[in-house]
Ligand binder design. Structure first.
Ligand SMILES: Nc1ncnc2c1ncn2[C@@H]1O[C@H](COP(=O)(O)OP(=O)(O)O)[C@@H](O)[C@H]1O
Ligand SMILES: [Mg+2]
Length: 280
């Protein structure tokens, strides 16, 4: 079963007809519940525009063609803004590179998690608060009850990204789009976030699109990988196959640029979430 199906997606950007460029040139990919699909490729290849097209959040003047189907039935291309708002943050959630940008500095963490839930799920204040604490526990923020009353700046970067993930999960989405979720974080903190995404996919039957320019990040958690270049997917397949037997010269080039990728592929049990930032 497919959670999200992208077929021949094209994205055109530009303010007016004479300055249009196609930045996504007919890509297709499938997100499946319980699995992480990695979308890799150098900066500028069209990864973020793909994610934003799915969310209906392209820059002004952006045009989407092709098909994006949610849950095998709901066509997102051409969806009216009101219908999109009901889906975004609810059935499809997102996490971005900079958690600070998606967190309000002057609102407590508890209120920020509860807000989305109350809007979409119509929960009472008390029920929303209880669920917010559960979500913080789920993303492994220490002492969830105390965390509810704190402000974003009182947390480390890694913890802030966990909080952003908790907000994203608040309405129990089917699909999570994560655009470079660990790029802004210290290397030592990245693994903890990636393993969290891995566990969330499996435990909550969540379909995750993990966008990153960093194949090393893919090697840790993606089940399937698509390699994107200049707006096209040049190669796609199970992670292991992509890493051990790359077919496209560009994939080989990307792998050659990161000598550790193949070694880290060994299907070792997930490393214990060693995260020096995060005392337990
Ligand atoms: N607002 C915009 N208007 C026109 N072109 C844009 C705009 N934003 C990004 N682009 C171009 O779209 C292409 C794809 O960008 P993006 O999806 O952000 O790449 P990636 O996420 O893979 O680094 C790039 O060539 C970029 O320069
Ligand atoms: Mg990007």
């Amino acid at each position: 079963m497919s959670a999200l199906s992208i077929n021949d997606l094209r994205v055109e950007l530009g303010k007016d007809a004479s300055h249009r460029t196609e930045v996504v040139k007919g890509i297709s990919l499938e997100l499946v519940p319980g699995r992480i699909h990695g979308l890799a490729g150098e900066s500028g290849s069209g990864k973020s525009m793909t994610a934003l097209a799915v969310l209906g959040l392209l820059p002004a003047g952006g045009i989407v063609r092709g098909s994006i189907t949610l849950g095998g039935e709901t066509e997102l291309v051409g969806l009216r803004p009101k219908a999109y708002r009901a889906i975004r943050g609810n059935r499809i959630a997102m996490v971005f590179q900079d958690p600070s940008a998606s967190l309000h500095p002057q609102i407590t963490v508890g209120a920020q998690i509860a807000d989305g839930m109350r809007a979409h799920l119509r929960l009472s204040r008390a029920a929303a608060r209880r669920r917010a604490a559960e979500l913080l526990a789920l993303v492994r923020v220490p002492d969830p009850d105390a965390a509810l009353t704190k402000y974003p700046h009182q947390f480390s970067g890694g913890q802030r990204q966990r909080i952003a993930i908790a907000i994203a999960l608040a309405c129990d989405p089917d699909v999570l789009l994560a655009d470079e979720p660990t790029t802004a974080l210290d290397v030592t903190v990245q693994a903890g976030i990636l393993h969290l995404l891995r566990d969330l996919a499996v435990e909550r039957d969540l379909a995750i699109l993990l966008v990153t320019h960093d194949l090393g990040v893919m090697s840790a958690v993606a089940d399937d990988v698509s390699v994107m270049r200049h707006g096209r997917i040049v190669e796609s397949g199970p992670r292991r196959r992509i890493f051990t037997d790359p077919q496209h010269p560009y994939t080989r080039e990307l792998l050659a640029a990161m000598p550790d990728a193949r070694e880290s592929l060994v299907d070792a049990p997930p490393a214990a979430a060693t995260d020096p930032e995060e005392p337990r």
